[in-house]
Design a protein around this ligand. Structure first.
Ligand SMILES: [Zn+2]
Length: 146
């Protein structure tokens, strides 16, 4: 069997409104396109095309409804992964800061002491934050509103 003669499969990996022309038929000014991963005969992803949903359905030989469902699921998973990544970064940042603060101010410091320390150490706190974020860059993609 010659694997090269098997047709490529197309899998919807989500939608984007950054590319609004169909790469299949050239139709411009779509509200969004579907990112269709091209799966080669060996099962590996072998490139991608951005298409209107009608062309995506035609190319993959599947109903439009299935393409929409698959793309919507991929969008949800991607949004969740971005939220998870952001939350993990925030948690790590918070924990690192608390550990650093406690090593300076004392873990059992009472609230007024923390406030005094905070006011007296504004520059050091800012420097810590800059150094931390240089070593642990914020995720490139953030949830809406961040
Ligand atoms: Zn098209």
């Amino acid at each position: 069997m010659d694997l090269r003669t098997l047709p490529a499969r197309y899998v919807a990996r989500g939608t984007t409104d950054e590319i609004t022309a169909c790469e299949h038929c050239g139709r411009p000014n779509l509200t969004h396109t579907v990112r269709m991963a091209i799966i080669g005969p060996d099962g590996d992803e072998d490139g991608e095309m951005f298409m209107g949903v009608t062309c995506a359905a035609k190319m993959s030989g599947r109903p439009v409804k299935d393409i929409r469902t698959e793309a919507a699921r991929a969008d949800r998973e991607r949004a969740q992964a971005i939220r998870d990544g952001w939350r993990a970064w925030q948690d790590a940042h918070h924990n690192a800061f608390i550990a650093w603060r406690d090593s300076h101010v004392g873990e059992r410091a009472t609230a007024p002491d923390v406030r005094v320390w905070w006011d007296a150490n504004r520059e050091a706190i800012d420097a810590w934050r800059v150094a931390y974020e240089a070593a642990h860059p914020k995720p490139v993609e953030r949830p809406p509103g961040y």
